[in-house]
Design a protein around this ligand. Structure first.
Ligand code: ARG
Length: 260
């Protein structure tokens, strides 16, 4: 017979050891798997070539994606791409479902109230896109009055047209789409007269579809990456990495790859 006292000591010892392992396990895992890295969750709306789009194999690719791979690498983190409709990106960031927005997002005062932007990495204006065989030739917002015009929901194009309509009291039949690709498809199908979209993206649509640009509206927009306002650590790291990256050959290679 084992004395009761010994038995109690053994049981207590086992419990203490079990507890210690339970508490220390997460740290032990870290010691044994040093390669386990931080992960940056990158939100993007892949309907915006050449910045983010879905390729023939179904992968999300583009300038923003390649850029984020390199920036994450410089920061020492892995990255994961999360596909979200453009108007859902800022809510997803604020709700901590993603850590960075890389989606050709224009730096605006209004957005900067709720997210923090990095330094700019691209500039753009707005283009009026019509069918190649169209018998209209709109040069300005005024020329779009009473036409059916597609934009993507939550974009600066949508905001610009809404402001024009409310400030002039004129009518534009604006239709807001979840994705710019859907807007272009409706343009081709004759359900829209024009699409208003960022100029670099319009240039790609001209290469891919039977559409042309009737004019550019100068808006002087700059694209930035966005992070949560309280995430200054990531913001500083991204800005530092961007500084290096924008002056590198890698950046030039990415531009050649996507812009030719
Ligand atoms: N630059 C415009 C904006 O910030 C459009 C961006 C749309 N981006 C996208 N990936 N669909 O509103």
């Amino acid at each position: 017979m084992i004395p009761t006292k010994t038995l109690i000591i053994v049981i207590v010892a086992i419990l203490v050891i079990a507890l210690a392992i339970g508490v220390l396990y997460p740290y032990m895992v870290n010691i044994f798997h040093r390669e386990s890295k931080c992960k940056i969750r990158v939100g993007t709306s892949p309907d915006f070539p050449p910045f983010e789009y879905i390729d023939d194999k179904g992968n999300i690719v583009g300038i923003d994606i390649d850029m984020m791979k390199i920036l994450s690498n410089k920061i020492g983190c892995d990255m994961e791409i999360v596909s979200i409709d453009f108007n859902g990106l800022i809510p997803a960031l604020i709700n901590n479902q993603i850590d960075v927005i890389a989606s050709g997002m224009t730096i605006t005062e209004e957005r900067a109230k709720v997210v923090a932007f990095t330094k700019p990495y691209w500039s753009a204006d707005q283009a009026i896109v019509i069918r190649k065989d169209a018998n209209i030739n709109p040069q300005s917002l005024n020329d779009l009055v009473n036409l059916r015009v597609g934009v993507q929901s939550g974009t600066t194009a949508e905001q610009m047209i809404s402001e024009f309509v409310s400030s002039t009291g004129k009518n534009i039949n604006m239709v807001s789409y979840q994705s710019y690709v859907l807007a272009i498809q409706d343009l081709l199908a004759g359900r829209l007269d024009a699409v208003v979209v960022d100029s670099p993206v319009a240039n790609m649509f001209v290469k891919q579809y039977n559409v042309k640009i009737s004019n550019i509206i100068t808006t002087n927009e700059s694209y930035g990456l966005a992070v949560r306002k309280d995430n200054t650590e990531l913001l500083n790291k991204l800005n530092k990495a961007l500084d290096e990256f924008l002056n590198s050959d890698e950046w030039q290679q990415i531009l050649r790859k996507y812009l030719g």
